[in-house]
Design a protein around this ligand. Sequence first.
Ligand code: MSP
Length: 649
Amino acid sequence: MMTHQKAYITTPIYYVNDVAHIGHAYTTIIADTLARYFRMVGRDTYFLTGTDEHGQKIEQSAQLKGKETKAYADEISATFRELWDDFGISYDKFIRTTDEEHKQGVQKAFNIMFANGDIYKDTYKGHYCISCEAFFPKTQLVDDEFCPECGKATTVVEEESYFFRLSKYGQRLLDYYDQHPDAILPKSKRNEVIRFIEGGLSDLSITRTSFDWGVKLPQEINDPKHVMYVWLDALMNYVTALGYGSDEAHMEYWPATVQLIGKDILRFHAIYWPAFLMSLELPLPKHIAAHGWWTRNGEKMSKSKGNVIKPKEVADAYGLDNFRYFMLREVPFGGDGDFSQKALIDRINSDLGNDLGNLLNRLIGMSGKYFEGNVSSHNVETFYAQEFHEVKANIASLESYLSDIMLHRYLEELWRPLSIANRAIDKYQPWNLMKEGKEEEAMALNGLIANILTQVAIMLYPIMPQITQKIAFALGFEINNASWQKYIVEGRLLNDFIIEKIPPLFPRIEEQLLSDPTPQEPQKESKKEAKPKENAQAQGIALIGIDQFFQTSLKIGTVVSGEEVPKSNKLLLLQVDIGEAIPRQIVAGIKEWYSLEELIGTQVCVVANLKPAKLMGLKSEGMLLAAKDGEGLCMIRPEKPKAVGTSIS
Ligand code: MSP
């Protein structure tokens, strides 16, 4: 990986249909770690993140919220950017696919692919999953209808479309992956991709006509009813961000060094993306690195399940660097991880508090007590040669873990010098050395520990940028390219210095700091005081006029009958009389909290002017009002019986 001096790191661009959760934070933190590492070691680094704003999914989300699509995209995109700024994510560019330069770049790519014969016009007939923004042949669907990736109902699409000749690139892709065995990381994921390609690639529909929230085709094509398929648009961001198709200002960073993604979007990045690049005659990224999924009690996180973890809440409660460390250390890269506060607290108290923080405290204590805060590296090699050389070899081995994006292993290895240092204190017992008058040995032991902490702090900096600078401050230096060069590359020892007494970096955490909203786990008392809620405006909730409120038609209804939805743990199919000729059919995700007996014959509040939607293949013609908190969900009902169809205002 360290073959060329420039480094270009990318995250996926995040859909603006929802705000960020810890899955998004995970990708971004890994990317930030790599970018910080590359900068520290002196590489000219460019780090890209941003938001993916086109496509049917975003258009529908905006409609559901009753917002104009661009305004909605602006709003959510800003929340991502604010979160990353708040987290000190060191991105160089935040791209939005609604940026003009990006659109120009995508159009340029379309023109080139069209001119070289890789794009042709035909009719697409098949199934489309709006949630995944992906086409699926019928053979891949579950029960002939449901998306194999996310389980949601697909829609049948039959429309005129431009196609990309993906089929033409199958063999070239296989050859490429054969010649570049580490192009896809972790290596286990490579086989998956190869098997998929070997199964045969169909040409890819790359334009849509049934909606228009997307990049238009280039003028030269003269076909205004088509917009680009959102994945063609989105994948191109990695080069349009560098100026492809506009000012080309940063194209020297291409090809990317590492493109981080989640495993769910590997197919797009390891098949479509390189094929597009081949068609454009651009080099392929050095590495596509796919991480696993964060789950909550074994389940995928989603808003509807109420088990989403907000990264900002976790970072505010437990400390941003601690959160970063936890995410990278807890789960082997590529594997899935289950988020639990208990595991996070264990890592903070044990790895960070006991192994790292306590070592610094002991050094501060011992040098204060015996040497008035003086620390000297003289005689470290004389008295502690074995420890010194073990640590040196260990630090030298770290880069290989980083190259393979095995960050959990990197951290595991980085903890060895800490255990060498902690063991050295127990073994040589400086208090006895002092009693025996072996002051030089005791001073050299402190020197050994200070130098170990120096090296660990530098190598830990990309993961914990704030805390490690504090450690460095206590030891009298600053972490940057010069200190990396001096203490890691040249292996120089610290000059004599007086240690700065800093407060403990990892105060022990005795109990969960955030209340746990998932019904599966008993609710624990939150240690933090619940803050009084700010008013709506201060919380960033947009205010609306009364006329906007009245655009929603809310009615009293009576549930007249119902049945369970086969194969679904969540859904009930209800017939609700709202005073119309026939009852409305409503699919409601309330089965976990209500039985049919509890519902039939009772009154409910219905959103009556929602566009019909399909859930598990069943048409739903409205929505029931309900409220859900950590304890579960309850229906919102009239206090006294009211005539069906009565408007709620
Ligand atoms: N917009 C596309 C990416 C286009 S890149 C040209 C997209 N967006 S996303 O917002 O749905 O997801 C962005 C990233 O977040 C993906 O890499 C995805 O894997 C990751 N995660 C989303 N949920 C996740 C977890 N629960 N856990 C870990 N990462 C997950 O896909």
